[in-house]
Write a protein of this length. Sequence first.
Length: 273
Amino acid sequence: MSDPQPDPPTPVRRVARPKGAARQAVHRRLLVLNLSAALLGLALWAFFSYLKLAGLPGPLAVLERAGQLISNGSLLNDTLASVRRVLIGFALGTLLAIPVGFLMGWYTVARGLMEPYVQFFRTIPPLAMIPLAIVFLGIGEVPKVFVITLAAFLVSVISTYQGVVNVDKVLINAARVLGASDAQVFRRVVIPASSPFILVGMRTGLGAAWSTLVAAELIAAQEGLGHRMQQAQVYYDLETIFVALITIGLTGLVMDRILLRLEAHLTGWQERR
């Protein structure tokens, strides 16, 4: 009598990883890569400063100068002044760009009237408006905020406009077939569908605002990170210049991460890689 044959092994079913877990794994991997890139950048910086290339200060010297500026309160005051200007200019530019972009994208008449001006001023660097801003607005806070507002506006308005014109016409027609009015179509279809474009435009506009800040603070500023850099340039104080540059980069990065979280929260319905 032959021995009984063993039962065949039960096939192992691969359990699909939940999307949330997969997304967290991707975030952890990106965090590790970001930290690795930062450490590599610091190592290269220390190496080139050790070689004394063009008098490049090392990380420790910059850190020591940052401690001095923090202890006497000047770095905090300059950072608050620059952040205030950026936030006001960015907020004004965005609040103006969103309705203008909606009007241009939704109404043909508005597009025909506004688009030539938007495209015209978009080809002019905001920094080129500084002389006119000084002549017409003086040398106070208003011209500084105006230049930053213009930079944020010109970026955000184009992104908002593209978001409206790229809304799927099938969605609009389906809403109208179901009896939705133009106001309901605009509120429930156009605005949600164009929100990813708007938020990307806001992030780009924030970067434009920060990139315009230093030049805007050329207008007789008494405080601010751009003002601090200009004063340090006169005395060839590279450590202070590096402190201001790093502060601008880190502050802008934090603000961009906040907008990125807001984008993920408001566009959670959008399929992502």
